[in-house]
Write a protein that binds this ligand. Structure first.
Ligand code: AMP
Ligand code: TRP
Length: 336
C-alpha cells in the first residue's frame, strides 16, 4: 500500500513566527517521512482581508523559502502556490453553489474577522471556508493536519463533500472522498510575549509580541528583554496563575529539547535576569541554521522558482482530474 496523503496550507500574510513553526511546520517536517505531503501557500485566502499587492508575491515566496528552510524537502513533499493551480478557484465556485448560506454565516472565524473589519466585509471573507474546502477536496487527502482553530472549517469541508455526493453522486460511487481532520494536540500552542493568555499571532499589532523566524539575534534579544514577566521569586510551570512564566519555560523546554522535569529543576531558583539570556541564546541557536538555509535558498537564482514550478505540476496532476470528475457529476461536458 502507498503512503497516505496529507494536505495543509498557511496564508502568506506576513512573516512566519515561532508559533507557526512549533505549532505547524515542525510537525509537517516530521510527517513528510510518513505521508505523501501536499503543502501550499494559501495566497488566494490572503486577499480575503485588505492586502498590499506590492507585498503579496514576495510574502508568498518568503513563506515558501521558510518551509524549505525549516526542513520540508521537495523529495517528500509537494510545495506549491495555491493561485498557480487554477482548479482551486474553479472548484470553489462549483462548491459555492451547493453550500447553504447559513452554513457560512455560522463560521466562528468569519464572525470574529467580520467584527474586526467593521463596515468593509468582503464576500470573500464569508466564502473563504468554501475555498478551503476546494483546496482540500481537490487532493482527496486522507488527513488534514491543522490547529484547533480550523476544526470547524474541516467539518464544513466534510459537510460540503457529503452534500455534493448526496446530490450528484451514485449510491455506490461518491464523487468526492471525505477527509479526516488531524487536529494537533494542544501544548505546542505558543503564546504572545506581551500577554501570556493570548496566542502568538501574525495579526497582533505589536512586533514585540512575537519572535519571527527571520528575526536577527539583536531583535530576538530585544524582544526577550522586553517581554512580559511577573514578580514571584523563582520560575516554575504554572499555566493558571503564571501564564507568561509558563509560556517562556515551555518555549525553553521545546527549543532546548529537554524534558519538563529537567527544565523545572534547572530554573526553579532562577530570576528573570538569569533566565532571559538563556532563552535568548537558545532561540538564537535554534533559529540560526533555519535562517542560514533561508538565505541560501533566496540567494540561489532560480532555485525557488524551480521548486514551485515542480510543485505546481505535481499538484495539478492530482487536482485537475478531481475537478473534471466534479464537473462531469454536475453535468458539464468537456469542450470541443
Ligand atoms: P496562521 O498564522 O493563523 O495563518 O496559522 C498558520 C498555522 O500555524 C496554523 O496551522 C496554526 O494553527 C499555526 N499557528 C499559528 N499561530 C500559532 C501559535 N501561536 N501557536 C501554535 N500554532 C500556531
Ligand atoms: N485557513 C487556514 C488557516 O488560516 C489556511 C488554509 C487554507 C488551509 N486552505 C487550507 C489549511 C486547506 C488546511 C487545508 O490556517
Amino acid at each position: 500500500m502507498g503512503k497516505q496523503r496529507v494536505l495543509s496550507g498557511i496564508q502568506p500574510t506576513g512573516d512566519l513566527h515561532l508559533g507557526n513553526y512549533l505549532g505547524a511546520i515542525r510537525n509537517w517536517v516530521e510527517m513528510q517521512h510518513h505521508y505523501d505531503s501536499y503543502l501550499f501557500m494559501a495566497d488566494l485566502h490572503a486577499i480575503t482581508v485588505p492586502h498590499d499587492p506590492a507585498a503579496l508575491a514576495e510574502s508568498t515566496r518568503r513563506v515558501a523559502a521558510t518551509y524549505l528552510a525549516c526542513g520540508i524537502e521537495q523529495e517528500y513533499a509537494t510545495i506549491f502556490v495555491q493561485s498557480h493551480v487554477p482548479a482551486h478557484s474553479e472548484l470553489a465556485w462549483l462548491l459555492m453553489c451547493i453550500t447553504p448560506l447559513n452554513w457560512l454565516e455560522d463560521m466562528i472565524q468569519f464572525k470574529e474577522k467580520a467584527i474586526k473589519q467593521g463596515e468593509n466585509v468582503g464576500a470573500g471573507l464569508l466564502c473563504y471556508p468554501v475555498l478551503q474546502a476546494a483546496d482540500i477536496l481537490l487532493y482527496e487527502p486522507d488527513k488534514v493536519p491543522v490547529g484547533e482553530d480550523q476544526k470547524q472549517h474541516l467539518e464544513l469541508t466534510r459537510d460540503i463533500a457529503a452534500r455534493l455526493n448526496y446530490q450528484f453522486g451514485q449510491d455506490d460511487q461518491p464523487v468526492l472522498r471525505l477527509p479526516e481532520p488531524m487536529i494537533r494536540a494542544e501544548g505546542a500552542r505558543v503564546m504572545s510575549l506581551t500577554d501570556g493568555t493570548k496566542k502568538m499571532s501574525k495579526s497582533d499589532p505589536s512586533e514585540l509580541s512575537r519572535i519571527n523566524l527571520l528575526d536577527s539575534p539583536e531583535q530576538i534579544a530585544h524582544k526577550v528583554k522586553r517581554c512580559k514577566t511577573d514578580s514571584p521569586r523563582g520560575l516554575w510551570f504554572d499555566d493558571g496563575d503564571r501564564p507568561e512564566c509558563h509560556n517562556l519555560l515551555t518555549l525553553y523546554m521545546i527549543l532546548s529539547g529537554q524534558p519538563k522535569a529537567t527544565v523545572a529543576a534547572e530554573c526553579k531558583d532562577m530570576g528573570w535576569g538569569q533566565f532571559k539570556p538563556l532563552l535568548t541564546d537558545t532561540l538564537i541557536s535554534v533559529l540560526a541554521p533555519i535562517q542560514e538555509k533561508y538565505h541560501a535558498i533566496i540567494d540561489e537564482p532560480g532555485y525557488l522558482d524551480g521548486v514551485l514550478k515542480q510543485g505546481k505540476e505535481k499538484a495539478e496532476a492530482i487536482a485537475r482530474p478531481t475537478l473534471e470528475k466534479v464537473k462531469a457529476a454536475l453535468g458539464y461536458r468537456v469542450a470541443g
